[in-house]
Design a protein around this ligand. Structure first.
Ligand code: HEM
Length: 360
């Protein structure tokens, strides 16, 4: 079976093999800029132009270098104690909601929200704006957006920007140690700091919420693997990211002629890299469909790879580790209330629409 094929219905090449996907993500001659993509409507140019996810070198190199120091594994590890306390208070809050709760809305969303609100130091008011806006904001990451996706994402971006404008103005020139103040002290312009904050929300909130909820569901469905979660949370999260990774597809545009897996991919073509299918490539993982939290060995592409490798990967892993181990410590018998879970209708994201559960 070919791992690279043309899909006329979306007018893009679909890439489903691990090696072929890595070759694109790590190779030269591919663009992440929506302005180059034949799939993205023209009005996407209304979005801030300095979102690093959507830039190519040299702009990308500069933006990423300035923002990256705050996200190293070491910098993030220093935050573990705080994340643990945030998780505990989210669990308390969820418990107050009753015996039956929604693991996505009442827990999954709250953990990354509280973490990002604390990182940016925006208080309860900021957290509310972020909670309201991120479900729409994340539409800007859809690889094949509808006009509605674009309209809603632009409006949400505007709302977040409105909230953050006075915050940035007030912190500019100050010596605060919150993340916004730190970014304002780098060579980034105020507009670039704003775009970075919007991107962190768009890229970090929903994805992490979904990993917590989908990972939680997988564990409830494979309860025999709970000991492996507690024994080595970091290894367990890697396996959950492989099979339950929230990002299903990432897009690129060919800037030159390429050949992938024997298939010619001409300049100007859009490619859709299917991370979920690459994660089930038998050439890389024996018995690839099977969830095995003790699996050692090669990593997946759940956080991407190459120059755009997820900036928040260490933070997201940490949040998922703390959230899932603490949740199952408290509620080892929690179970889903629906036999068939309801998934969100999105080509780009692997995301539950809801996850009603009973805690005991
Ligand atoms: C489970 C949670 C997450 C998943 C699965 C995930 C996945 C990804 C993937 C696949 C990419 C690469 C996109 C591409 O190559 O086009 C990416 C990039 C990115 N992610 Fe994440 N992400 C997660 C959480 C986070 C968090 C918590 C943050 C920040 C707070 C974050 C910030 C970013 C940023 C800024 C980029 C762009 C990096 C660049 O362009 O150089 N992500 N993420």
């Amino acid at each position: 079976m070919s791992h690279v094929s043309w899909d006329e219905s979306v007018r893009a090449f679909r890439i489903t093999g691990f090696d072929e996907a890595s070759a694109v993500l790590r190779g030269q001659g591919w663009s992440s800029d929506p302005a180059n993509s034949p799939l993205v409507p023209d009005d996407v140019t209304q979005l801030p132009s300095s979102l690093m996810l959507f830039t190519d070198p040299p702009d990308h190199t500069r933006l990423r270098r300035l923002v990256a120091p705050a996200f190293t594994a070491r910098a993030v590890e220093a935050f573990r104690g705080r994340v643990g306390s945030i998780v505990e208070s989210c669990l308390d809050q969820m418990e107050d909601a009753g015996e039956q709760v929604d693991l996505l809305a009442d827990f999954g969303y709250l953990v990354p929200l509280a973490v990002i609100a604390e990182l940016l130091d925006v208080g309860v008011e900021g957290a509310e704006v972020f909670l309201d806006q991120t479900p729409d904001l994340v539409r800007l990451l859809e690889v094949d957006p509808t006009p509605d996706d674009v309209r809603l994402a632009v409006t949400a971006g505007f709302e977040v920007t409105m909230f953050l404008t006075p915050v940035l103005a007030q912190r500019k020139g100050g010596d605060g140690d919150d993340f916004i103040s730190q970014l304002l002290r780098t060579d980034l312009s105020v507009d670039e700091v704003m775009a970075t904050c919007v991107l962190l929300l768009a890229a970090g909130h929903e994805t992490t919420a979904n990993l917590i909820a989908s990972g939680g569901l997988a564990l409830m469905q494979h309860r025999d693997q709970l000991p492996a979660l507690h024994e080595n949370p970091s290894r367990a999260i890697d396996e959950l990211v492989r099979l339950e990774g929230p990002v299903r597809i990432i897009g690129r545009t060919a800037l030159t002629d390429h050949e992938l897996g024997g298939v010619p991919v001409p300049q100007g073509s859009a490619v859709l890299i299917e991370l979920d299918r690459a994660a089930r490539d038998e050439r890389r993982w024996p018995d690839a469909e099977r969830l095995d939290l003790t699996r050692e060995g090669p990593g997946s592409l759940g956080f991407g790879t190459g120059i755009h490798f997820c900036l928040g990967a260490a933070l997201a892993r940490l949040e998922a580790e703390e959230a899932l181990t603490r949740f199952f410590n408290r509620y080892p018998n929690a179970h889903a209330l629906t036999g068939v879970p309801r998934w969100r209708d999105s080509g780009t994201f692997h995301a539950l629409a809801e996850l009603p559960i009973a805690l005991a």
